[in-house]
Design a protein around this ligand. Structure first.
Ligand code: NI
Length: 136
């Protein structure tokens, strides 16, 4: 089993806000991410798939195909968008990096070719904060 990772980048706006809380409590929990008029992040996305190298190519997966898949199912929906307002797979969810990673997993998983499994979505919100999702 070999693990193959493609790194992508996007930026997007969001706001973390629980409408059932007071503005003070939102500020306390979410800090700058609760800013009423939105703010942006530069996200770094690591998509790791796993499988055995194919006998005809030596590849787990054609990485160009993986890149196109990430672009079509994820980046075209989130890059330069407002995560709270524009992204269908985040509708009704808190736009945390955690939920974004789960959403990206769900976008990609059905499109992987036979013999290739999704292993991990690693998503950096800042250079010092990231989440990892392994599907469970
Ligand atoms: Ni934020």
């Amino acid at each position: 089993m070999v693990y193959l990772t493609r790194v992508e980048h996007f930026n997007a706006a969001h706001k973390l806000y629980n409408p059932q809380w007071t503005p003070e409590k939102n500020d306390e929990m979410f800090g700058k991410c609760a800013n009423e008029n939105w703010h942006g992040h530069n996200y770094e996305l690591f998509v790791t798939v796993k499988g055995d190298p194919h006998p005809d190519t030596g590849f787990v997966m054609d990485v160009k195909r993986l890149s196109v898949l990430i672009k079509e199912t994820v980046l075209d929906k989130v890059d330069h968008r407002n995560l709270n307002l524009d992204v269908d797979f985040l509708k009704g969810k808190f736009c945390s990096t955690e939920n974004l990673a789960i959403g990206i997993w769900n976008q990609l998983k059905p499109h992987l070719p036979d013999g290739v499994a999704l292993h991990c979505i690693k998503l950096y919100e800042t250079p010092r904060i990231y989440v990892e999702y392994f599907g469970t």
